[in-house]
Design a protein around this ligand. Structure first.
Ligand SMILES: [Zn+2]
Ligand SMILES: [Zn+2]
Ligand SMILES: [Zn+2]
Length: 245
């Protein structure tokens, strides 16, 4: 175990996620397990979702989402084929791109609606728009020498039958092991416990996760002199939007 101050930036991160609650770390021989509280799930475009869910069932929403996705690909292909084939005007090309993006956006919106549908659907009594999130959602991270995984556990209570469903998911949070720092970059670092300089080594590959626009890197250090373990988490803002949580 290590004390709370060693979390550094992780504390700030959790503060922002919610008023500070305890995060704990447990490690057995080769595996570190971090558990901490996170925020209740926020659904976007709620009114739009309610409207669609009241009108369509799950199957219809899935079909709609697929239809718009295929429409996007079709328009994009037609545009490309025309572009390669003839001397088409630039405006046609630009128009094709714009018209292929619109169904893509619609498809992604419906995906979002589907998520809301699944979150609020009660599997026990079969009512839609029935469940509400209750209790405290917990994020659990497991990091070993070869693997890093992350899951979020949430509780959903049905307002019709009272059933509480506990669901675990990775919530599409990007999580992977990164690369260790070159040994040279640790040369000037001082051990926080014994003050030894150049005695710190990185013991395993870092954990990297992306939540929203934040990319958090957790590194594991050990002092070769006093055996002090230091786990630090730092964040940086990412500007690419490829994997958002
Ligand atoms: Zn520990
Ligand atoms: Zn129910
Ligand atoms: Zn030391």
């Amino acid at each position: 175990m290590y004390n709370q101050s060693e979390f550094g930036n992780l504390e700030n991160y959790l503060l922002e996620k919610k008023s500070f609650k305890k995060t704990s770390c447990e490690h057995t021989l080769n595996t570190y397990v971090f558990t901490g509280e996170v925020e209740l799930k926020k659904h976007r475009f709620k009114k739009f979702s309610l409207l669609l869910i009241n009108t369509y069932d799950e199957k219809a929403l899935e079909i709609l989402s697929k239809f718009f996705f295929l429409l996007c690909i079709t328009i994009a292909l037609v545009t490309i084929i025309n572009f390669l084939g003839n001397d088409i005007a630039d405006w046609f090309y630009i128009l094709g791109i714009v018209f292929s993006l619109i169904p893509l956006i619609i498809s992604l919106c419906i995906q979002n609606v589907l998520e809301y549908y699944q979150d609020t659907f009660c599997k026990k009594c079969g009512n839609k728009l029935a469940c509400e999130e209750v209790g405290e959602p917990i994020m659990k991270e497991t990091s070993s020498f070869g693997d890093y995984t992350l899951t979020v556990t949430r509780h959903w209570k049905c307002r019709y039958c009272g059933n509480v469903d506990t669901r675990e998911s990775s919530e599409n949070i990007f999580a992977e092991q990164g690369e260790m720092l070159p040994a040279v970059s640790l040369k000037g670092i001082e051990c926080r416990k014994c003050g030894g300089i150049g005695t710190i080594v990185e013991t395993k590959r870092p954990d990297i996760k992306e939540i929203g626009k934040k990319r958090l890197t957790r590194r594991y250090y050990n002092c070769t002199l006093c055996d002090h373990e230091d786990i630090s988490e730092s964040e940086e803002i990412t500007f690419h939007g490829t994997h958002t949580g």
